[in-house]
Every structure is written in C-alpha cells, then in structure tokens.
Design a binder for this molecule. Sequence first.
Ligand code: PEP
Ligand code: MN
Length: 341
Amino acid sequence: MLILTNKNIRISQSAKIFDFLTDSGYRHCTATFDGRQVIVVADVKSENLCGDISKLPGVEKVIPVDEPYQLCSRRAKPSCTVIRVRDFCIGGGNFGLIGGPCTVESERQMIETAIQVKKAGATALRGGAFKPRTSPYAFQGLKEDGLKILAKARKETGLAIVTEAMSCEEVSLVADYADVVQIGTRNAQNYRLLEKCGEMRTPILLKRGFSCTLEEFLMSAEYILAGGNDQVILCERGIRTFETYQRYTLPIGAIPSLRLMTHLPLVVDPSHAAGRVEFVAPLTLAAVAVGVDGLLVEVHNSPQTALCDGRQSLTPNEFKKLVKTCNEIRTTLKYNKTKST
Ligand code: PEP
Ligand code: MN
C-alpha cells in the first residue's frame, strides 16, 4: 500500500501516521514515487487499513497495491515512466538505443565505435570498464582507466555513457563517470549493491538475473526504488533454460508481461541472449515488434579482434542496417510517443 501525503504535511501529522503504522504492526519506509515522497507499507492484510489511513490528517490518497513490488507496479502508476539521461529519453514512446562494445579496450576502439554507433542513431554508448568474467584468467576490464576513456568518448560524441558496476565499493566511482550505471545479471540479486544504487541519483540499468522470475526481477528493482532512486531502466537479457543452442533463451513473452506488471522502461539486450551474431538481428526485431522501449546491443569496430564477446558483436555497419529495420517496424506498428502501453 502506498500513502501519498499532502505536500505541506506537518511533522506532527507524519509522526502520527508512522505511529499508527508501527502500533498496527506494519513495516514501512519512505520513498520517492512519481516525483514525490510516499510511505510504502508492506504486507497489508487488513482490508480496513486503507480506510483507516485515509482518515488520518495529512493523508492525500492511499493506493492499495496487492503485488509485493509496489513502487514498480503498474497498478500504483498507470502511466509509463520516462527516464531522461542527457539528450537520451527512454520510456513512454521514447526509444533508447544503446550500442557499443562489450568492454572498453582502448581509446581508439571506443572513439571509433562511438562515432559509428552515433551515426547509426544510437543515443547512448555502452562498454564495460569493470567486467564480470566467468574465468578469473580472462580480461577483467581497464577499470578506472576504462571509465576515463568512456568520458572522452562522451566528450567527443555527446553520447550518454552506460557502464557496469559490480560492487558497493566501486559503484560511486562508476557513477562519477557514467550517465547510467548498469547492474549485470550476476548481481541482479546482490541486495546490498541494489541498496547502494537506491542511495544514488544516477539512473540504473538493471539486468534480469538469468535465473530470476519476473516477480523476483521486479523485487530487485523495488530495492532501488525503495532506497529513494526512482530512475530505473529494466533490461531483459535472456534466462537460463534447458536449451543450450543459443547462449541464453530470450523470453519474448517477458516483454508484454512486464508491460502489464510495471511502469518502468524496458530494454532488451539481444547480444548476451544470442551469444552469436547470427541471432542478434532476429531477436532484436522480435523484441522491437512486441514493443520494447529500447535496446542494448554489442557493437565492435573489429569483432574478430575483440577481447570479449566478439562472437556476438555486430559491426557498425550491421548495427546501422538493424537500426533502420527497427525504425521501420516501429513506424509500421505506430510505436510513437503518444502510445502509453
Ligand atoms: C554486459 O552487458 O556487459 C554483461 C556482462 O551482460 P550480462 O550481465 O547480461 O551478462
Ligand atoms: Mn558482453
């Protein structure tokens, strides 16, 4: 249940609401919701609570929410959330196109790729400086030097920067350079890290954990919102199933499902789902056709020599062609700015 209080509520009135909730045995917290302060009440069982709270002085409105994810839920906020990052808007009919290599390797590689993805229509540049690698012997990223290269690429192109943070210790450093901090699939349920993201004001791109249900995915996003950061972009990147032919399985059905469940913008990462360049375009087009708000695609200026994930990276030219077809699909299906779901 969400309690919206009057804008100029008195301290004594808020204290009464908190006392009432505590005395009735309800856990609660305050958060930002749709640009304003709200009180979130967890596990509401009593049907009368809503009416009782509504009568308290200082309460403007009570929104009952049955789902365990509350701030994220479409029931709480029927309109789509739009997130603005520099010139880049995502959600509510604004399509966010994020392209770039798996990992930052050199200044030349990043600037060349950035210029090309921008020409193709990208609004943001991706590239990992801190890389989660399955093998401890694999390239782990250039760390802060990589972040500095990303900042140069932004200066050169004006593209917003999306890059991953893997731990509580490095998240503030990453946020000093990035416009959007990415939380990867392996950290999707790292609750201390999610809490840390909640304390920040930088937008977060949260990937679905590859074994998370949609509800678990939204509960992870809820951690960030409950912490006070309402700038969350969700990213479906494929889940692990019994099928091994592709790297992961991209669940297309997750896209319309999440649409109903949440107001948050949703992007798809076809690259990590596919694992092979041959599958990136078909998965992308399917995701665009079902109405995703944006894409996160791996693009490398020289995929054959990439230090990481070259096998699934598009060349800038392939990316450009793909973007053109995506735009055609979006025009045909009228996924324009006025479409709200
Ligand atoms: C990535 O996007 O760089 C990445 C590592 O993706 P994921 O967390 O989805 O595996
Ligand atoms: Mn990758």
